[in-house]
Design a protein around this ligand. Structure first.
Ligand code: NOJ
Ligand code: CA
Length: 689
C-alpha cells in the first residue's frame, strides 16, 4: 500500500509547568476553527472545553476514573508537562468509500500526576482536526499502577444547550432499537423500549449508545462516538437531562467490573465530530484517522462484491435454517440455483445460511453451548460441490457462522472453522451472535466480547478471510488497522421488515441511519427488496419504502459487500434490476450532495477504476423535490444517465412498486430535479460516454 506521507513532526516541549497552576493549555485544528482548552479545575481535576469558530460547543467537562481496590483518579492532579505536534499525511484505503484519506491534525499531550500518594501518572492526548476531535488517556507502566480494574471511566461531555438528538437507548447487548428524535432533555432510554422482537437487550441507565448525533440551536451538528477500542469495554453515554451533560458509562458485566487491564495501556479515543452541514458528518474520516494504520498488509484477496443469499427466504418463512423442519433452504440444488442467478447478473458471491448442523437448537434455547458445529454440513448440502460449482461460474461462497452467542463453543472451533474456509480457497464469512451471551453475565458490548470479536478478526486475517459481523460490537474505525473487517450489522436491518411485530422499519429510519450509526463504518443492511409487500409469504409484514428507495440504498448505505437480498424470482425480468447489476461497491470518492438528519440525503459515489458515478437519494415519509447539480462530473465529458425514479403516484405504503426509468445524456453543467415520493428515493447511474 502506498503512503503519501508529508509527515511533519514538530515536537515542541511547551515546558515544565509549575506544580500547582491551572494554566490553560490550548490546541487548535489546522484551520484554527476547532479549539480545545485543557485546564485543571479549582480542586485540580483535569478538564477540557471545546470551541468551534470561537463559540463553545463543549463546556468545561471533567475527566477521571474509579477503580476497584485503588483510589479514584480525579482531583488533586498537577500538570507536569505538555507536548505538542502537528501531523499531516494522506493515506490510502485498500477498499472503501474513497481511496485517499487526508489525516491532518494538531496534537497536544498533557502529562499529569497525582500530588499525593500513590502518585500515579498518565497523559491525556488530544488530536484536533478541522472536522472534530479525539482524546484518550494514556497510562504508562509505573510502580504504583500495575494491574488495573476500572469500575467507571468518568469522561464528561457538557453540552451548551438542549440540543435536538437522534439517539438509541444505551443497550449493552444490541443496536437494533429504532432511533428516537427528541431534545436532549427528553431522552428517556429506559422507557422508550421497543423490545418485542429483540433476542437480547439490557438497558441499565438513562444512557445512549454511540454514535449519537445532535443539532444545536445555532445549526451546528455534533456526533459522539469512540475510536480504536482495544482490550477495553464499549461505551454508552449516561445523560443528565437537567444539566445537559453526558458521562461515559462503560459496558460492564454482572460482576460490576468494566475493564480489567494492566499498565501500559491507552483507552479508546473519545470522539466528537463537528459539522456545519449534516453531510459533512458522512464525508468525515475522523474515525479512521484515529485508528492505527493497516496491520495486515496486502488484503487484495478481499474483493468488494455484491452477493445473493439463501437468506431472505428463511426470514420470509419460505424455507428454514434447520433441516428437521423438512423445508431446509441450504441444499446443494438450491445453492446451485442461486449461483446460476448470480453468474448471469454480475453478482460475485453467494451467502448460504443454515449449511451446518445445530440449527435445530439455537434461538430460544438456554443450553446452546456445544451445539453449533462450524465444519460439518447438513447431509443435503455438499459444501465442496457448491464451492466448485460456484468457482466454475465465477461466484464465491460466503461462509456463515451463527454462534447463537455460545461464544466459548465458537472460540474452541475458531482455528478449525477458519482452516476449513481457507482450505476451500474462500475469503469471506458472515458471523452472528443472536441471543444472550454465554457465559451468563457478559454482554455483547463489554470488554470480554470486544476481545472475542478482535480475536475472530485476527484468526480470520491469518487465514485471509474477511468478516461481516452481525449482532456486533459497534465499529470504531478498526477497519483501518484490520481491513479484513469489512462490514457489520450494528443497526436495525432489513430483516425486521420480514418479521417484526411493530410494523417494521418506518420510512424515516433510512433517513436517520446515514447520519448516526453509519458514521461508525460500513453496514450490511441487505437492501434490494422488490416484493416490498412480501406477497405470498408475509401478509402482515412489509418493507416501508418504495422500490426506487430500495435501489438508492446501494449508494446511500456504504458497505463493500452489498446484498441483492430479494428472492431471485422477484428479480427475473425486472427492468429495475439493471441498477443492481450495474452499481459499484468500491469507491474512488464520495460526495454528500444534500441532506438533513431524519429527513433526506443524496450521496454520489465514483466507482474505482471505471469513472462511473452512482447517485442515491432517500427521503422519509414526506415526498420532496431535490435539486441535484452534477458539477462533480469531469468537466467537458458526456455521461449516459439512467434514472430509476418514483412514479408520480408512488407511495411507500399505497403504491410502493410504481417506478419509472428515464435515460438522458448529462454533463457537469446538468442540474436534475428529482421527485421523491413519500418513503421514496432515486437511484442514478452515470456512465462516461
Ligand atoms: C441474525 C442476523 O442478523 C441475520 O442476518 C441472520 O440471518 C440470522 N441471525 C441467522 O444467523
Ligand atoms: Ca440481526
Amino acid at each position: 500500500m502506498k503512503k503519501f506521507a508529508d509527515y511533519t513532526l514538530m515536537a515542541l516541549l511547551a515546558g515544565m509547568l509549575a506544580c500547582s497552576n491551572n494554566n490553560e493549555q490550548l490546541v487548535t485544528s489546522p484551520s484554527g476553527e476547532v479549539k480545545v482548552i485543557f485546564s485543571l479545575t479549582a480542586d485540580k481535576q483535569p478538564s477540557y472545553r471545546v470551541y468551534f469558530k470561537d463559540s463553545p460547543v463543549i463546556e468545561t467537562s471533567t475527566l477521571g476514573f474509579d477503580f476497584k481496590d485503588a483510589p479514584s483518579l480525579s482531583k488533586g492532579m498537577r500538570v507536569d508537562s505538555v507536548l505538542s505536534n502537528e501531523f499531516n499525511e494522506t493515506w490510502e484505503l485498500p477498499w472503501g468509500e474513497q481511496r485517499l484519506v487526508k489525516n491532518h491534525y494538531n496534537e497536544m499531550k498533557v502529562f499529569l500526576s497525582e500530588k499525593k500518594s500513590p502518585n500515579r501518572h498518565f497523559a491525556v492526548t488530544y488530536r484536533v482536526y478541522d472536522d472534530g476531535i479525539g482524546f484518550r488517556y494514556e497510562f504508562p507502566q509505573q510502580e504504583s499502577m500495575g494491574d488495573v480494574t476500572i469500575t467507571d471511566e468518568n469522561t464528561q461531555f457538557k453540552l451548551t444547550g438542549d440540543h435536538l438528538c437522534w439517539w438509541e437507548p444505551g443497550d449493552w447487548d444490541i443496536y437494533e432499537h429504532l432511533y428516537n428524535t427528541t431534545s436532549f432533555s427528553k431522552i428517556d432510554a429506559t422507557k422508550k423500549r421497543n423490545h418485542r422482537d429483540l433476542a437480547q437487550t439490557y438497558i441499565p441507565e438513562n444512557a445512549v449508545n454511540t454514535p449519537v448525533t445532535m443539532k444545536t440551536s445555532q445549526g451546528l451538528y455534533l456526533s459522539f462516538h469512540e475510536a480504536a477500542v482495544n482490550n477495553y469495554a464499549g461505551v454508552t453515554l449516561k445523560v443528565d437531562t437537567v444539566n445537559y451533560s453526558m458521562t461515559t458509562e462503560l459496558v460492564g458485566n454482572d460482576s460490576g467490573v468494566k475493564v480489567v487491564t494492566k499498565t501500559p495501556f491507552n483507552t479508546p479515543w473519545r470522539m466528537i465530530q463537528l459539522a456545519e452541514k449534516p453531510g459533512d458528518l458522512i464525508e468525515s474520516r475522523l474515525i479512521l484517522n484515529l485508528n492505527e494504520p493497516n496491520k495486515l498488509g496486502d488484503v487484495s484477496w478481499f474483493k468488494p462484491t455484491k452477493y445473493v443469499g439463501i437468506w431472505w427466504e428463511m426470514h420470509l418463512g419460505k424455507s428454514s435454517w434447520d433441516m428437521a423442519s423438512g423445508k431446509h433452504g441450504a441444499t446443494t440444488a438450491n445453492a446451485k440455483r442461486y449461483i446460476d442467478f448470480a453468474a448471469k447478473n454480475n453478482i460475485g458471491a453467494l451467502l448460504v445460511e443454515g449449511w451446518n448442523t445445530g440449527w435445530e437448537h439455537w434461538i430460544g434455547f438456554d443450553d446452546r453451548e456445544g451445539v453449533f458445529d462450524f465444519v460439518t454440513p447438513y447431509p443435503d448440502y455438499n459444501l465442496k460441490e457448491v464451492v466448485e460449482y460456484g468457482r466454475k461460474k465465477g461466484v464465491d461462497l460466503i461462509m456463515h457462522h451463527e454462534t447463537s452467542s455460545a461464544v466459548t463453543t465458537y472460540d474452541k472451533q475458531l482455528d478449525t472453522a477458519f482452516a476449513l474456509i481457507s482450505s476451500l480457497n474462500l475469503h469471506m464469512v458472515k458471523t452472528g451472535y443472536v441471543g444472550k451471551i454465554i457465559p451468563k453475565g457478559e454482554y455483547h458490548h463489554g470488554q470480554w466480547m470486544v476481545n472475542h470479536y478482535r480475536r475472530v478478526l485476527e484468526v480470520a486475517a491469518k487465514h485471509k478471510v474477511a468478516v461481516d459481523v452481525h449482532e456486533p460490537f459497534m465499529a470504531t474505525g478498526e477497519r483501518r488497522t484490520y481491513p479484513n473487517f469489512v462490514s457489520q450489522e450494528g443497526f436495525r436491518g432489513q430483516e425486521f421488515n420480514a418479521w417484526s411485530s411493530d410494523g417494521g422499519n418506518p420510512p424515516e429510519h433510512l433517513a436517520i441511519i446515514p447520519f448516526t450509526c453509519l458514521l461508525a463504518g460500513p453496514m450490511d443492511y441487505t437492501p434490494g427488496i422488490f416484493n416490498t409487500k412480501l406477497k405470498f409469504y408475509k401478509p402482515n409484514n412489509q418493507v416501508n419504502n418504495t422500490l426506487a428507495q430500495q435501489l438508492a440504498l446501494y449508494v446511500v448505505i456504504y458497505s463493500p459487500i452489498q446484498m441483492a437480498a430479494d428472492l431471485p424470482e422477484n428479480y427475473e425480468n425486472h427492468p429495475a434490476f439493471q441498477f443492481i447489476r450495474d452499481v459499484g461497491v468500491n469507491w474512488e470518492q464520495t460526495r454528500v450532495l444534500n441532506g438533513e438528519v431524519g429527513d433526506y440525503v443524496t450521496i454520489a459515489r465514483q466507482e474505482r477504476g471505471t469513472n462511473r458515478w452512482f447517485i442515491g437519494a432517500v427521503t422519509d415519509e414526506n415526498s420532496r423535490e431535490l435539486r441535484v447539480k452534477l458539477d462533480f462530473l469531469e468537466p467537458g465529458k458526456k455521461y449516459s444517465a439512467t434514472l430509476y425514479l418514483d412514479a408520480p403516484d408512488a407511495h411507500w405504503d399505497k403504491n410502493p412498486s410504481a417506478y419509472e426509468i428515464k435515460k438522458m445524456e448529462v454533463d457537469s453543467s446538468t442540474e436534475l430535479n428529482l421527485y421523491l415520493a413519500p418513503g421514496g428515493g432515486a437511484a442514478i447511474s452515470l456512465f462516461p460516454l
